[in-house]
Design a protein around this ligand. Structure first.
Ligand code: ADP
Length: 302
């Protein structure tokens, strides 16, 4: 079992040719409402890949909140530990996707920022009943700190996907078993400018010195780099035609968690996660693009 503690957002998505510059208005098309939020995306990725998932999160007492919970239940995720707030709106993400499939995102966290340490205490059963705790940084940083401390105290394996990027205290870092940053996130976490793979390894090693056990740095279409005290290994990505990169990192982290909780070794886990990440970029949206296990098992790459 996996416990995901994180954000739930309604993604409001529009396609554009080119991103607007500051002060500019551009016409878009294909407005869609798609369930998202890094916590919910990772939970859904796991459930579709065969994981058994509890989610701890926070929504508003409104239409978006209701439809987010409903969509998680469709994917057979336990939503008993989602808090419903009066007078605070459900989180939303305003997403534009350009003609190259790249996105730019503004998040209004709303109820996600109402998830506090006390809610972790209230959700202790969900954590206790899981083998693994997975979290991200779209909830208050103090909640993340407290959660990781509790999880390590009771002996759970912890995965932190440090997104969106921010600096983290050593107290947080030392309670992370597996960190899954992309290059930008690694750069901000380590304070080291990254221009090439040697820089990635150097920055990763700095975080290992601070107590992270292992890192898997995702490099988009260039694959992923595994870094631990003893080992460094590069994994190539699968070649696909990218349509929309939203949720690639979420699906990758979700897939890793499922593979590791099933006791797959790190090579198998990263290969599996790379397939899942590749499949995710071939479809639009966040949860709408997350693949099911059958698709992954049938996928050989192009
Ligand atoms: P994030 O969305 O957090 O920036 P990445 O873009 O690094 O994450 O993507 C996560 C993983 O998904 C990559 O390590 C890779 O395996 C896969 N992936 C992402 N983009 C592509 C792509 N264009 N083609 C194939 N695989 C991709």
């Amino acid at each position: 079992k996996i416990c995901v503690i994180g954000s739930l957002n309604m993604d409001l998505v529009v396609n554009v040719d080119d991103m607007p510059k500051v002060g500019q208005t551009v016409m878009g098309a294909n407005f869609k409402k798609i369930p998202g939020g890094k916590g919910a995306n990772q939970a859904v990725a796991m459930a579709r890949l065969g994981g058994s998932v509890n989610i701890v999160g926070s929504v508003g007492d409104d239409e978006f909140g209701e439809s987010l919970v409903e969509s998680l239940e469709k994917d057979k995720i336990n939503t008993d530990f989602i808090k419903k707030n009066k007078n605070v709106p459900t989180g939303v993400a305003l997403i534009t996707v350009n003609k190259y499939g790249n996105n730019s995102i503004v998040v209004a966290p709303g109820a996600n920022y109402n998830l506090i340490a006390n809610d972790i205490d209230k959700s202790i059963d969900a954590i206790n009943n899981s083998d693994m705790v997975v979290t991200q940084l779209e909830i208050p940083i103090e909640t993340v700190r407290y959660l990781l401390e509790i999880a390590k105290t009771i002996g759970k394996y912890t995965i932190l996907n440090p997104a969106p990027a921010t600096k983290l205290s050593d107290e947080i870092i030392k309670n992370v078993d597996l960190l899954t940053p992309n290059e930008t996130e690694l750069e901000i976490l380590s304070g080291i400018k990254i221009n090439n793979e040697d820089d990635v390894v150097f920055a990763g090693k700095e975080l290992i010195k601070k107590g992270v056990k292992e890192l898997i740095v995702t490099l988009g279409e260039n694959g992923a780099l595994y870094i631990s005290e003893q080992k460094i290994k590069k994994y190539e990505s699968f070649r696909v035609k990218a349509v929309d990169t939203t949720a690639a990192g979420d699906s990758f982290t979700g897939a890793l968690a499922v593979a590791l909780v099933q006791n797959k070794n790190i090579d198998e886990a990263i290969e599996f996660a790379s397939k899942v990440g590749a499949l995710t970029v071939t479809k639009e949206g966040a949860q709408s693009s997350l693949p099911y296990i059958e698709e992954v098992l049938n996928f050989k790459g192009e």
